[in-house]
Design a protein around this ligand. Structure first.
Ligand code: 13P
Length: 256
């Protein structure tokens, strides 16, 4: 049976503190990433490190992504980074609407604008959704439905097909491998996300959009989450800062 190519993205968040350390982590990942041909590997370092890392990288098996993007094209927006700027320093991906940005004030409306501007500039938007808690009445499902509808409002069907949805339940982020979602719950949630996409757009969108999982993905749980969770890969936080752990996750994804 032909294996489906996986997508594994490392989100370094606000780490590490120096370019020297960033370069060390990157070199460690780059040493092996090219051998995992069944995986598309992406790293999203802090903005300030991307240019030097991508310029100094002679391989072609690792893609770069930003952790956020401005919804404005250019102009007087102090502190913002545009989609064109990300693209110009070698980014192909950008994380949009991460829960940590939402906690810092990001709204669904700006997530929507950011997705549109990223698509205009040939960046693949990695759109994060996720509930803060799982209530027994299933309210979290309407929360997810709402986040998807607002994020993708007005995005054309052909463009939605380029979007990656990263399902990151907030309660599972930054914990140990034992605290991640169970493969069974992930499977159900992934099917739910597909159903919402199908109802909102089309069968084709529902069936083909790439869905990732994020939230305490570690070498110890990567296999079961991928085998039984009905996702095409991961958005990895903490473990992506440790080249050994990240490589182990890439290797697992490559072998499934
Ligand atoms: P952890 O893998 O550290 O839980 O982080 C997940 C995440 O937020 C990735 O974007």
């Amino acid at each position: 049976m032909k294996k489906v190519k996986k997508l594994v993205i490392g989100n370094w968040k606000q780490n590490p503190s120096t370019h020297t350390d960033a370069s060390e982590i990157f070199k460690g990942i780059a040493k092996k990433a090219h051998t995992f041909t069944n995986v598309t590997t992406v790293v999203c370092p802090p903005f300030v490190f991307i240019d030097k890392l991508s310029a100094g990288y002679s391989g072609s098996s690792i893609y770069f992504g930003g952790q956020d993007v401005s919804f404005e094209k250019s102009g007087a927006h102090t502190g913002e980074i545009s989609a064109a700027q990300l693209y110009s320093i070698g980014c192909d991906y950008v994380i949009i609407g991460h829960s940590e940005r939402r906690a810092a004030g990001e709204r669904d409306e700006s997530v929507n604008k950011k997705i549109k501007i990223a698509l205009e500039h040939k960046l693949t938007p990695v759109v994060c959704i996720g509930e803060s808690e799982r209530d027994s009445h299933g309210k979290y499902l309407s929360h997810l439905r709402n986040q998807i509808a607002k994020a993708l409002k007005g995005v054309k069907e052909k463009d939605v097909l380029q979007v990656v949805i990263a399902y990151e339940p907030i309660w599972a982020i930054g914990k140990t491998g034992k605290d991640a979602i169970t493969p069974q719950k992930l499977h159900e949630t992934s099917l739910f996300i597909r159903r919402v996409l199908l109802e909102t757009f089309s069968k084709k969108v529902g069936m083909s959009v790439t869905i990732l999982y994020g939230g305490s993905v570690k070498p110890m749980n990567a296999r079961e989450l991928l085998e039984e969770g009905e996702v095409s890969g991961f958005l990895v936080g903490g473990a992506s800062l440790d080249a050994g752990q990240f490589i182990s996750i890439l290797e697992t994804a490559h072998n499934i």
